[in-house]
Each structure stands twice: as structure tokens, then as C-alpha cells.
Design a protein around this ligand. Sequence first.
Ligand code: UD1
Ligand code: CA
Length: 453
Amino acid sequence: MNIVILAAGMGKRMRSALPKVLHSLAGKPLLAHVIDTARTLSPTRLVVVVGHGADKVREAVGAPDVQFALQDKQLGTGHAVQQALPLLDPSVPTLVLYGDVPLTRASTLERLIEAAGAERYGVLTVTVGDPTGYGRIVRDASGKVKKIVEQKDASEEERRIAEINTGIVITPTRTLETWLASLRNNNAQGEFYLTDVVERAIDAGVEVVTAQPDAEWETLGVNSKIQLAELERIHQRNVANALLDAGVTLMDPARIDVRGTLECGADVSIDVNCVFEGRVTLADNVTIGPNCVIRDATIGAGTRVDAYTHIEGGTTGANVVLGPYARLRPGAKLGDEAHIGNFVEVKNAVLGRGSKANHLTYIGDTDIGARVNVGAGTITCNYDGANKHRTVIEDDVFIGSDTQLVAPVRVGRGVTIAAGTTVWKDVGEGELVLNEKTQVSKTGYVRPVKKKS
Ligand code: UD1
Ligand code: CA
């Protein structure tokens, strides 16, 4: 099967410099949703018709399995498909999809493909409460499709028809070239309508069949930011329902956003206002507190992620405690039972089993062993202004509060670092390290007082 995706339109009503099909739904361009769905149908040719912002569109969704056809001027949906013809295999049918209709399910398309087979012309239609604006499906007395008439070209009587054209069609390809070549643009919009091909098919003795989607939202298109926001909510609600179905506890299914894939084990619980981006995996018994942002992360079983934690790449072992207000950045790897508390940032660093940094700390480019206690206000000074260096802290080290570790530096097993120490030289196993400072107390000190003006 060939698949052609129409994506040449400008999308004036989006009021944006970005081509319409590149606006994001669930963190991914509208067109990318359609391409991904198309891929699940294993087409032999996948052609995207581009026009407005063609270069940007090509750059955004370009892939080895995607070919592009350029429609210089948007002369109508029929004209758009015509531009793709040279790239199609004439021996198999062609399915036409729309770059701004992102939520059509593969199962719905499969039903249409099935109904049409290799020989018939198939139209995906849906009966709606308010058909205003859509092309209407005109049937004869026996119920056979006669034609599709656009809103602007329809008679009073035709406008009362509630069955509309979703735009998605499947057609034999060999005959399509002649049909498209014969289209005329003598209609209200002065366009070459793909919808007129139905009559060509009927004239050629080709049977026209219809299929319907499981849900009406599958055929909704995006023409404005309002419609984009509505589809985003529909999509997010579908994702939330799938999570609930899989046994995940969501404190409020209306307050979770998944912009990528979220895989959950058993007995996972997610509080309100969490955003998941990229690929996130939560193992069994993970609990996520409210207002967390989690991207590209693997969270181990039994881990508790408390409120306002921000993860942008990282993995944790089992039974880790994170947050509230913790931040993991790419390359953060936390061993089982590690604790990362409030206002602690971990980047490109490994913490061994049971190690803890509970308060106000930066751990960057660091290898920390097991059972290390990192006191409040500890900073790994990993950057000398030009290069990054590593800090190594072996097992069972105790780091007093307000310590700076100037990398590259190595702290041996079992070392104790006194509070307020700047460590810039390696420390041997078991040693106590401190900076000699003197504490001075003076009597009779008088604090300054504010001058009266
Ligand atoms: C089209 C259908 C209408 C159907 C409706 C469903 C036609 C003539 N009409 O109308 O029956 O009910 O979709 O939403 O097909 N495009 C191009 N190049 C063009 C024209 C359009 O790539 O020259 C793309 C647009 O970017 C858009 C899609 O095709 O993604 C549909 O075009 P649009 O003009 O919005 O069609 P409608 O008037 O909505
Ligand atoms: Ca139009």
C-alpha cells in the first residue's frame, strides 16, 4: 500500500510562523503523529506532500522511509495528491491521510483498508451533530454513495446531510492518474477537489465503500490553537485512561501530561500535575508526588519521588527517595536506597547504595561509593572555567556540611571531612581532613545602628 499525507497547507488560523503540521501535540509535531500511525500500517511507499514551510517540514520529519512531494501552490486536495503520483507504486492502493488530523487510530484505518480491498474506493465517513463546514456524503435511494459535495457547493437539502467526509480515502492507484487529471476547479473555492474523484470512480464502474471510525475525535483536524488545545486534552485523557486501565493510580486523570511514552509497573501511583517527557519507565510500587517533571528516566521499584522534583535524564535503583525539590540531570545514576533531598542537583554522577545527600548540594561529574553521607551545602567544584573534572568519593565517607571538593580530587574510603572544608588534594583512606582555621571571639563589640535621616 502507498500512503500519501497531505501537509502543504499554511494554517493561517494558527496565527503562527510555524507551519501548521509542525505544531506540537503531546510534545510531537502533528505530522509526526500521522507518520507514526502510517508506519504501523507498513506502507511500501510513504509520501508527504509539502508546500508551506516545505523546508522546515522536511527537516522536522525527514527519515529514510519518508519521501516528499512538493506542491508549490495549494490548488486543492486533488491537486495535492497529484503531486505525489510519480512517487507511488501503481500496483497497490493508495491511502490518503492529513498532516493536521493527528489522532486517527490504526484500527480505524485498517477497517477502511479492509473494506476497500485492492479494487474498491473507500471513504472514511462519520455522522456528526453539526456537519457545518464539512463535505457531505450524498447517497442514492439504495444507500450507495453518489458523490461528496463541499459545504460551499452544497444545496440547502444537501447541507442537512449529517454524514460527512473525514477526508481520509483509499483508492486504487493505477486509475488515479486519469481521475486526477480530469478534475475541474469550477467550484465555489476554485480548487481541484479530491472529493470529486468519487464520481470518477463511480463512472469507471468502481465500487465505493465507506467505513466509520471508532470515535469521532479520531477524525478531528487542527485549524486553530483552540482545536489544537482541545485535541491535546482528548489525547491526554486517552493516555490517562490507558494508564488507569493498566492499573496505575492517578490522583486526577485530568491532571497528568504525557509527552512521549510512560511505562509503569504494578501499583504505581502518580499525584496531580506531573509532566512526563521522552521515555520514562516507573517500576513497581513507584510513587510520584505532585508537580514533578520527569523526562527520559528509569525509576527503580519502590522509589518515592516527592513533590516538585525535576528529572531530565537519569536512572535510580530500588527504594530511592528523591525530593521534594530534587533535580536529576543527564547521567545521574542513583544506587538502591540512595536519598537525594531538597535543592540537591545531581549531574553525570553515580551514587552508590544507601548514599545520601539530603540538603542544598551540587554533585556533578562525581563517583560516590556506598553509604556516603553528603552534608548540607556540599559542592563539587567540577569546572575550572575551561574543563570539567571528576571527583571520586569512596565508600563510607562522611562529608561535613559546607564542604567544597575541588576536582579532580579523590577521597579515600572511610574518610571524614570536617564541616566547612575545602578539599583540593587527594585524601587517603580513613583520614580526617579539615582546613585549619581559627575561631576568634571578642568582647565589647557594638553593632552599627541605622542613621536617622
Ligand atoms: C476537506 C474535504 C472535505 C472534508 C474535510 C475534512 C476536499 C475538497 N474537501 O475540506 O470534504 O469534509 O476536508 O476535514 O478535499 N491541502 C494541501 N494542499 C491543498 C489543499 C489542502 O496539502 O492544495 C491539505 C491541507 O493542508 C489540509 C488538508 O489538505 O491538511 C485539507 O485541506 P482543507 O483545505 O483544510 O480541506 P477542507 O476544506 O477542510
Ligand atoms: Ca479548503
